[in-house]
Design a protein around this ligand. Structure first.
Ligand SMILES: *[C@@H]1O[C@H](CO)[C@@H](O)[C@H](O)[C@H]1NC(C)=O
Length: 315
């Protein structure tokens, strides 16, 4: 009858990135700056793409979607972390923690699926250029974007409901800067084998399947690029994928580092650093990777800035 004197936790304590108090000011500054750059970069990307009809092709619309997901993804964890640091107040209520878990898992999944949709888009553009606009028509793109969000929100609902059935009775100290699965499962005093099983199978579907699609797309892209005779032609064709490939490597690289390694090498510190990379650094870097390496985006940005400046001097 052990469930009788169980006291359920009503709030968790997020222990944060480090317990060293002298680093608090530095962490606040670094994360505040990174968050602002993130908002500015992704916000600019979204407004440049939606404000420029020349960029209304599938590739850029998906890029706009990616910026949107990135913006939401970081906003799930960083503002709460910053406020905990600034006010030196580490608690998060049970329901806020569950909500954070839900949105974190949703947007992380959306990022994976969207990256694979973008790889598929490049595959069609390069390997099937004549039918590109018939295959990737408006309806198809819209359904892909919608499906991506719906699948990820449903998937996350399943995980979150499974976490809701757990009870937490020993401790409420979360060894992380946000409510993530592993630290929560570790805290629970219920048997978590079902959670782990579902996590494993579902994570394979949401992260590994898109990864295979990306690999397949790039395999086909590279084989078709190798068939191009001129080096200039090869370079030009590949340049449309290089930004996407960089983003994929950054995001999946940390994900693979985090979840696909022997559990003997498991370390909380490394885990926290990897989560900072895919939570904060990678969403912040995406708009720069795209805008610095892409001529069309640079041109659109220049035009938008010039328009702003000329309006400024006239007004
Ligand atoms: C997402 O992409 C679709 C097309 O694929 C586009 O119609 C829509 O405006 C985009 N939404 C955002 C918020 O980027």
């Amino acid at each position: 009858m052990d469930h009788i004197n169980k006291t359920e936790v009503i709030e968790f304590v997020l222990l944060g990135l480090t317990e060293r108090a002298e680093l608090r000011g530095l962490l606040i500054a670094v994360f505040l700056v990174m968050y602002l750059i993130n908002m500015l970069g992704n916000g600019t990307m979204m407004s440049v793409i939606s404000g420029n009809s020349q960029l209304h092709t599938p590739m850029y619309l998906f890029l706009c979607n990616l910026s949107f997901v990135d913006l939401c993804f970081t906003s799930v964890t960083v503002p709460k972390m910053l406020s905990n640091l600034i006010f030196d107040h580490k608690t998060i209520s049970y329901s806020a923690c569950i909500a954070q878990l839900y949105f974190f898992v949703s947007f992380a999944g959306a990022e994976c699926v969207l990256l694979s949709v973008m790889a598929y888009d490049r595959y069609v553009a390069i390997c099937n250029p004549l039918h590109y606009f018939t295959i990737m028509n408006k309806k198809v793109c819209l359904s892909m974007s919608a499906a991506c969000l719906i699948i990820c929100f449903l998937n996350s609902l399943l995980h979150t409901l499974l976490v809701c059935r757990l009870s937490f009775c020993n401790s409420n100290l979360v060894e992380h800067f946000f409510c993530d699965f592993t630290p929560l499962l570790k805290l629970s005093c219920t048997d978590t084998s079902i959670n782990e099983l579902v996590l494993f199978t579902e994570a394979s579907l949401i992260a590994v399947l898109p990864f295979l699609i990306i690999l397949f797309s790039y395999f086909r892209i590279i084989t078709s690029i190798l068939k191009i005779q001129s080096t200039g032609g090869r370079h030009k064709t590949f340049s449309t994928c290089s930004s996407h490939l960089t983003v994929v490597i950054l995001f999946y690289g940390t994900l693979i580092f985090m979840y696909f390694r022997p559990s003997s090498s498991y370390s909380l510190e490394k885990d926290k650093i990897a989560s900072v990379v895919y939570n904060v650094v990678s969403p912040m870097a995406n708009p720069f990777i795209y805008s610095l390496r892409n001529r069309d985006v640079k041109m659109a940005l220049k035009t938008a800035l010039q328009r702003k400046l000329s309006l400024g001097t006239r007004g």
